[in-house]
Ligand binder design. Structure first.
Ligand SMILES: Nc1ncnc2c1ncn2[C@@H]1O[C@H](COP(=O)(O)OP(=O)(O)O)[C@@H](O)[C@H]1O
Ligand SMILES: [Mg+2]
Length: 261
């Protein structure tokens, strides 16, 4: 059947409002501890993030950013409420299916990088592609190209212990974005980078967002990231205090205002 005679082809329009969202949460809570000492790290969060969004999740330290992205990625279970990633209810999946969802559809950049110390930078970066069964030569070519672009050229064979914090962070970002997963969750991905390195990374992410429709959710305090985002969600004490769309390049005044004023 050719494309023109395939009735499905006409309805396959990009990102209609009726498309399933990339991420949805409903009445999400994560509480640590009990009674008087209980901490609601995430406090009744209901959100919808559509495919292809580029979202900055901001808020003071301890406001629940890391906990929220870990809930979305199924790395931790909610105390109450639900999370869907592309209509798949994460809490309803077996451990195996959850691992598969993460491998196939989600790229993570952890605040602590989580690189494997015995593997080289290249091996760390290609790890998810390898697990997905990508051809060795093709995946190495992709890694080398990306490394060159983000200032890691020539460092492929170093182990994480032989790299600076900023270099490790870039390896972690490379690992998360290679193969263009549907969703990238990045926890403070530019925290240890100078402006040039951070711009190079953000450009790679913007390109993936624009050309491949990858959805990005960043936890960040970094005005450079917030400026590029098209939506900013601010958490305070685990709750969404503000959620606003904006033009790329703009930095709304409220983003930098101290919380509670
Ligand atoms: N595993 C944990 N056990 C107990 N408390 C935690 C745990 N993880 C996070 N918290 C608490 O939850 C709150 C939110 O933390 P976190 O999500 O790391 O915030 P952020 O990433 O915005 O700095 C903080 O008060 C933190 O101390
Ligand atoms: Mg954090």
């Amino acid at each position: 059947m050719t494309r023109s005679t395939n009735p499905g082809a006409e309805t396959a329009a990009p990102a209609a409002p009726t498309d399933p969202p990339a991420v949805r949460t409903e009445g999400l809570w994560k509480t640590y501890g009990k009674g008087d000492t209980a901490v609601h790290a995430v406090h009744d969060v209901t959100l919808r993030i559509d495919k292809g969004e580029f979202v900055a999740l901001c808020g003071p330290s301890g406001s629940g950013k890391t906990t929220l992205v870990n809930l979305v990625g199924g790395l931790t279970d909610p105390t109450k409420g639900k999370v869907w990633v592309e209509e798949e209810e994460v809490g309803g999946l077996s451990e195996r299916k959850r691992a598969r969802l993460r491998l196939d559809r989600i790229g993570f950049v952890f605040q602590s990088y989580n690189l494997l110390p015995v593997l080289s930078a290249l091996e760390n970066a290609e790890f998810p592609l390898m697990l997905r069964g990508a051809d060795r030569d093709a995946r190495r070519k992709d890694v080398m190209e990306l490394f060159e672009h983000i200032g890691l050229g020539g460092l492929e064979h170093r182990r994480p212990g032989e790299l600076s914090g900023g270099q490790q962070q870039r390896v972690a970002v490379a690992r998360a974005v290679l193969g263009a997963p549907a969703l990238v969750l990045a926890d403070e991905p530019t925290a240890n980078l100078d402006t040039a390195a951070s711009d190079a990374l953000l450009e790679v992410m913007e390109l993936l967002n624009e050309e491949r429709g990858v959805t990005f959710i960043f936890c960040t305090h970094d005005p450079r990231v917030m400026r590029r985002a098209r939506r900013i969600i601010r958490l305070v004490d685990g709750h969404v205090e503000r959620d606003a769309e904006k033009e790329p390049g703009d930095l709304p005044g409220w983003v930098l205002e101290p919380v509670g004023t």
